[in-house]
Design a binder for this molecule. Structure first.
Ligand SMILES: *[C@@H]1O[C@H](CO)[C@@H](O)[C@H](O)[C@H]1NC(C)=O
Ligand SMILES: *[C@@H]1O[C@H](CO)[C@@H](O)[C@H](O)[C@H]1NC(C)=O
Ligand SMILES: *[C@@H]1O[C@H](CO)[C@@H](O)[C@H](O)[C@H]1NC(C)=O
Ligand SMILES: *[C@@H]1O[C@H](CO)[C@@H](O)[C@H](O)[C@H]1NC(C)=O
Ligand SMILES: *[C@@H]1O[C@H](CO)[C@@H](O)[C@H](O)[C@H]1NC(C)=O
Length: 464
């Protein structure tokens, strides 16, 4: 408003300055008209240029976009990461709580821990997870029988503590919930809510959701509390007269474990070109070198669209998705100009700047980094497409991987007929597929990563 006033005022000033006192001659009239024309051309050409720049920034043509993806492609190289020594992980509390060896007669990783603090106080009263999830009832049940579960050893009261035997580490929108829900139907699998504690990637640093700054750190003890219902069952088995090894296992399925290491940027004052000095898997491996890991993946192009629909605004449309993809590709390419590929993939700055989570689909980047500490036979990689096509087959692979016994025909039917968990919202389906041009761009963007993934996993189906 005030800017407009100022402009018209200054124009008036100029006009008055050039307006002659006496009646205007033809020459001065021509001069005046010439000046107006000149101003018009200058303003018009400026506006035109600005308009062009605007369309260039907001709606680049297809060949510009293809160039962008091609440039990104030239920067895709896979370098081995520097694996930190255990002494660099500096989480002394973690190593003082979790012993180097677990109980031998229990399949799940469990140990006896000396009870510290006030035996009469509610052991779960301050658990931070119970403020986020509806698990108070489970904690009340545990509290009621807590003292009965304690054993006296060497004159000290001890409780059984357990970690997950397996982790479903990712990825988001790839079927982790469906896998988790079917797995829990196996009689030897005991899963306790919440499905996604996000402790290794976020909560131990005090991050609640991606994008939030760290607030209250969730202690390891609060994470271990989540597995106490399983510990109680195992303890019951151990106290009983059963001579067989306890075969009950537990696990969790935080879909951020595989890729989200953004907390490091809060902890280390390092430039944005740097790579994270340690990743979640370094910590898991340090305390649990025998952990079993499951990743379920899907065509990264479809994953991105599903992610967009899940986290999207009210404004969802194929065009809006296209614009967000273009903008994110540009940001990704800009990051690669200053920093290496791994630095960009783990960059929190880039993550918060991009409106669609392109990097979550760069599976091979994460898989290689998990394989830098865990061996190949500790990681099962499934495809959602295969899982959907034959759920019996993929669940059998999971059971075999987790060294679970075969299930009865009846349980098998129960597992395969369970309705699919966490499908697309019907309102999202109305939106239809993405634009063919978006698909083509994303296909090219992900191609070199899929190719490498197929090579690493020695399975062509990961080319999609
Ligand atoms: C796309 O935009 C670029 C840069 O503005 C231009 O050089 C190119 O000719 C355009 N291509 C098409 C097909 O419009
Ligand atoms: C232990 O906890 C109980 C119950 O909360 C409380 O009454 C008691 O005073 C506590 N004792 C100590 C030594 O803190
Ligand atoms: C285990 O067996 C012993 C004798 O063999 C018996 O005294 C005890 O009550 C049994 N414990 C349970 C939990 O069944
Ligand atoms: C909604 O979509 C329009 C056009 O695609 C875009 O200009 C606008 O920024 C979008 N708004 C949000 C909140 O994403
Ligand atoms: C699914 O897998 C099971 C177990 O591997 C196999 O017996 C069955 O024939 C498969 N079904 C289809 C439709 O391929």
């Amino acid at each position: 408003m005030s800017r407009g006033k100022f402009t018209s005022g200054s124009l008036q000033l100029k006009v008055r300055h050039y307006a002659p006192q006496r009646p205007p001659s033809l020459a001065s009239l021509i001069k005046f008209c010439g000046f107006i024309l000149l101003v018009y051309f200058i303003v018009a050409s400026y506006l035109l240029l600005r308009g062009e720049r605007k369309t260039l920034l907001e709606d680049p043509n297809e060949s510009t976009l293809r160039d962008l993806v091609r440039i990104i492609g030239t920067k895709v190289t896979f370098r081995a990461r520097r694996v930190p020594a255990v002494s660099e992980l500096l989480d002394l509390h973690m190593f003082s709580v979790i012993p180097p060896h677990f109980l031998l007669d229990v399949k799940n990783p469990c140990w006896y821990e000396e009870l510290r603090g006030n035996v009469s106080a509610d052991p779960y009263g301050s658990n931070l997870f119970s403020r986020l999830y509806n698990i108070q009832n489970a904690f009340e049940r545990l509290s009621a029988t807590f003292k009965k579960q304690l054993i006296l050893h060497d004159g000290k009261l001890q409780r059984l503590r357990c970690l997950p035997y397996f982790y479903i580490v990712g990825q988001a929108k790839c079927g982790t919930t469906d896998l988790y829900e079917r797995l829990r139907l196996h009689p030897d699998v005991h899963l306790t809510p919440p499905k996604e504690p996000h402790w290794w990637s976020r909560r131990r640093f005090g991050i609640n959701r991606p994008g939030d700054p760290p607030i209250t750190r969730f202690p390891l003890d609060h994470y271990l509390d989540l597995f106490d219902p399983v510990a109680q069952r195992i303890q019951h088995r151990l106290l009983g007269n059963s001579s067989s090894r306890s075969s009950i296992i537990t696990g969790e399925a935080s879909a951020s474990t595989m890729w989200d290491n953004m907390a490091w940027s809060y902890l280390h004052d390092i430039s944005r070109e740097a790579e994270p000095p340690s990743l979640s898997q370094d910590f898991i491996h340090a305390v649990q070198p025998d952990a079993r890991l499951i990743a379920i993946l899907r065509d990264p192009v479809e994953r991105l669209y599903s992610d967009y629909l899940y986290f999207g605004t009210s404004n969802e449309s194929a065009l809006d998705f296209h614009q967000k993809v273009c903008e994110s590709l540009r940001l990704f390419e800009a990051c690669l100009r200053d920093a290496g590929l791994r630095a960009c993939v783990y960059s929190s700055t880039l993550y918060y700047a991009m409106s669609v989570r392109l990097q979550v689909g760069l599976y091979v980047m994460f898989i290689l980094d998990w394989l830098s500490v865990f061996s190949r036979d500790q990681l099962l990689v499934l495809r959602l497409e295969d899982h959907a096509a034959n759920v019996t087959h993929s669940m059998n692979r999971v059971f075999h991987f987790l060294r679970l016994g075969p299930v009865s025909k009846q349980t098998e039917r129960l597992i395969s007929r369970r309705p699919v968990a966490n499908t697309r919202d019907p309102s999202d389906r109305k939106l239809g597929p993405m634009k063919p041009v978006t698909r083509e761009l994303l296909r090219k963007f992900y191609a070199p990563f899929n190719q490498k993934l197929s090579a690493v996993l020695q399975d062509e189906s990961f080319m999609w």
